[in-house]
Design a protein. Structure first.
Length: 222
């Protein structure tokens, strides 16, 4: 049996515990979890919204689904950003540019289809599924955005703040979408759907331009 520790020996047992994570490492882990939640939620949301929108002939609902795909892309970029500290500034600039370009593409799609629908007087069908999707997103997205902003402050990450702003926009779009769908379902206002879609355009365009200019990360709300 081994006797007491001699002078100069160290107790190796005390060093077997895993090191405690720093606050930054914990924040990075939370950020990754939030982006995984973003990817999972928005993947399901995109599929459901696009299918429901196509079946009901709802431009606003299809546009909302495409916006969810864009947010999935942003989430994937943020996961890439959080996996390494190397080239951090390059990764953040790339994230902003990808978001900006995607937003402007979405603006073109929504504006073209909404104006076409108004000219042709296309009548969308009532879509309870679309209303449910809009309500669920309207409730969930603000909570997710606030959690992302907390992580962004801890990491001092402009890219994460930009991503939280995009999640805020998803909540705004949910409200606009819900208003258009309800007005069509309750009162038969067929024009409410494309008008609601056009109502998305200024908000999305503004955020897209600011992202391309690199302003979103600095000017988002806290």
């Amino acid at each position: 049996m081994r006797g007491p520790l001699m002078h100069g020996e160290t107790n190796q047992v005390a060093d077997t515990h895993p090191p405690v994570r720093t606050r930054r490492e914990q924040a990075i882990l939370r950020g990754r979890r939030l982006e995984y939640i973003t990817l999972g939620w928005n993947s399901l949301e995109a599929m459901a919204a696009i299918v429901a929108g196509v079946l009901a002939g709802s431009i606003a609902l299809v546009g909302f689904g495409i916006d969810s795909i864009i947010e999935c892309s942003s989430g994937a970029v943020l996961l890439w950003r959080l996996t390494s500290n190397r080239d951090g500034e390059h990764r953040e600039r790339l994230a902003l540019r990808l978001v900006g370009v995607s937003f402007l593409l979405l603006v073109g799609y929504i504006a073209f289809d909404a104006i076409t629908s108004l000219i042709r007087r296309e009548l969308p069908e009532k879509t309870p599924a679309g209303i449910f999707i809009a309500i669920a997103s309207w409730i969930a997205m603000p909570m997710l955005a606030r959690a992302k902003r907390r992580v962004a402050r801890e990491l001092n990450s402009g890219a994460m703040r930009a991503d939280s702003r995009q999640t805020d926009i998803c909540a705004y779009l949910s409200g606009i979408l819900l208003a258009g769908l309800l007005l069509n379902a309750l009162f038969g206002w067929w024009w409410a759907d494309p008008v609601a879609a056009l109502g998305m355009v200024p908000l999305i365009a503004r955020e897209g331009v600011e992202a391309l200019r690199g302003k979103t990360c600095c000017e988002c709300t806290t």
